[in-house]
Each structure stands twice: as C-alpha cells, then as structure tokens.
Design a protein around this ligand. Sequence first.
Ligand SMILES: Nc1ncnc2c1ncn2[C@@H]1O[C@H](COP(=O)(O)OP(=O)(O)O)[C@@H](O)[C@H]1O
Ligand SMILES: N[C@@H](CCC(=O)OP(=O)(O)O)C(=O)O
Length: 371
Amino acid sequence: MRNKICNARRLVVKVGSALVTNNGAGLDKAAMADWARQIAVLRNAGKQVVLVSSGAIAAGMQRLGWTKRPHEMHKLQAAAAVGQMGLVEAYEDAFSRHGLHTAQILLTHEDLADRKRYLNARSTLTTLLELGVVPIINENDTIVTDEIKFGDNDTLGALVANLIEAHALIILTDQKGLYTADPRQDPTATLISEGRAEDKSYEAMAGGAGSGISKGGMITKIRAAQRAARSGAHTCIASGHESDGLIRLANGEPLGSLLYATSSPLQARKQWLADHLQLAGDLVIDDGAVAALRSGRSLLPVGVIEVRGDFERGSAVACRTPGGEEIARGLVNYSSTECRRVARKPSVEIEKLLGYIDEPELIHRDNMVLR
Ligand SMILES: Nc1ncnc2c1ncn2[C@@H]1O[C@H](COP(=O)(O)OP(=O)(O)O)[C@@H](O)[C@H]1O
Ligand SMILES: N[C@@H](CCC(=O)OP(=O)(O)O)C(=O)O
C-alpha cells in the first residue's frame, strides 16, 4: 500500500502552524531547513514538490513583538503580511543551500474556484515545477479572513493537490498521524495506519486543534484527504518531527496515516470534467482534428473551423463535427474572441495574431474528455 506514496511523482507537502512556529514561539528555522534538505533529496530523485506552509501570523507576531495573539481580524492580517516576509526569507535561505530556487505564491480559495484564475495558477505552478523551482504557497491573508478564522491551510493543500493533479498530499503536523481519538485528550487512542480517504468513520475521531496558534485540528486534515482523493491524490498525515520523515515516506516506509484515493488523478479529473461541466460554447472541428482527439491528442487551433458562443479562457466547451456530433469536451485555453482569431492557424502564429501566447493548444488533452 505504501508504494502509493513512493510512486508519487508530484507531491504537495503541507506544514502547519504548530510545526513551523514551534507552537507559536517564532519560526522554527532548524525544522524548516531540515524539510528543505529533505525536499531537495526528493527533487534530486526526480519528484516535483510544492510546499504549502503556514506560519505567517506567528512569525509576524514575533517580528512585531506581540506576545498575545490579537482578536481583531485586521491586526491578524497585518501580522500575516509582516510574517510572510520572514517565512519566505527563511525558506529561500534554506532551499538556496541546496541549489534550489523558491517562488512565493499567495492564493485564496476564490482564486481556485474561478476557472480563469484556476488555469492561470495551474500553468504558473506547473511551469515552476518544470523549471525545478519549489513553489511555496500560503493563503493571501491580506484579502481574505476565512482561513485566519478557521485556520485551514489543510484545505488549501488539498485544493493545490487538485489544481496540479498531485499524486500525493503529505500533511505534516505535531502528531504521528490520525489517531482513533485526540491523543491529547485520550491516552488510549491508537494510530490509524491506513484506510480509504472517503471512509466517513474518520470524521468522528477528529477533535479540535492542539494549540492556540493552530485552528484546524484533525477534521480539516480528514476533509482535505477526502478532497484530495476526488482528484486521485493519496494523503499521508505524518509527524513533521520524524527524522528524515519525508524521505522515508518517499521510500515507502509506513509512517503516519495513509488515507488513500481509489481512482487515479487522470481518471478522477476526466470523471469531473465529464460530470460537472456546463458548456459555454462549441468549437467546430475538421476531420483531422476529430482523428487527433480520438487518438488522445490535444486540440490545436489549426483544426478549428468555427467558434460558436461567447466564452472566457477556462470555460467548458464542446468539440463538435460540422454535423453537430460531440467528439469531446474540455476547458479552453483562450476566450471565444481569441479562438476566432486563431482558428485554422498553426500554433506558431498565435503570438503574432494575439500579441501573446498562453498555450500552443486550444484545449490540452489533460483538460479534455472524449464522448
Ligand atoms: N484523532 C486525532 N488524531 C490526532 N490528532 C488529533 C485528533 N483529533 C484532534 N487532534 C489534534 O489535532 C492537532 C493537529 O492539528 P493542528 O493543531 O491544527 O495542527 P497544524 O497546525 O499542523 O494544522 C493535534 O495536535 C491533536 O491535538
Ligand atoms: N495563513 C495563516 C494561517 C493558516 C493556518 O493556521 O493553518 P493551519 O496550519 O492549517 O492551522 C498563516 O500563515 O499564519
């Protein structure tokens, strides 16, 4: 079962406030440096890793000399803005010692619910990963308050796993994993080694957060595992204090709790595309494009004869024959106006015709499902 994590080529690692900040006492730079070292080992083994890290508020409180967490939302937001600097500075320093570049990405849940921003975030992240950079993600606390209130970077980790079609989400926390009850309250609680992420019985085992600085607790981790499983990612909840924990997980050691998905990322994504999309328009395609799509290739502008409807980048559109038969549907990389300008043209002309290029294909095969 643990080969599910060692086979994962693309991983999201989430580290919670309790860990990054040593339970609120400023940043634990030694721990951060150690995760960076381990992530560098994973990168050298050919894995792509995105880091979702909390800790901005605690770091900001320390920089501002505050000893008590304020209740006012705007003060928490100000602390997060100050602390985010220290957080990324510390990671940048730690990763640069291993010759790795980092990138800061601040996201909100709304960004990922919006199709256009979703596609933009997705292409930026995948480009960074291909460049060998380690993206470091946190919530954009300046413009949203939900996450500060609910302390929910676990959900963000799952949304990022959905976004980049990660194979695994590793949630590092201050416990060894998911126990049958909160181990702080119940000393007889035992560690769950593995089970299906969708298993509803886990929700009843989760208590609240362990410390004043964290907010989510286990329930947000279990829900994150359920959400990650919907895009085919397995989740492992494990201790961030375990020596070489990430490396050992990647080697298949049975650390922590594995909450596994039952479908592959590609199957899950295609199922989602097939079930959930409301079509915003049609791309009428020629015989060559029909054959290309049926053999599993992406849709290029050269095969498009006509564009019907008004739609934005990221909308769902159908690919149809001139007779109206639906061949495929998927998320389109360009708006209807842009599609009309590039239809029938080779991809190399996109930049000249539009003045910029997002992607060489109108619909990428990963974002498409055949009918
Ligand atoms: N069933 C459970 N198994 C393990 N930990 C649990 C459970 N229920 C509640 N918890 C608590 O959840 C805490 C971890 O969540 P949290 O404090 O939000 O950490 P993080 O900042 O890493 O997200 C643990 O310290 C533990 O006290
Ligand atoms: N984004 C904020 C808070 C998010 C948060 O606490 O999440 P979690 O680590 O899941 O408890 C921060 O960086 O301080």
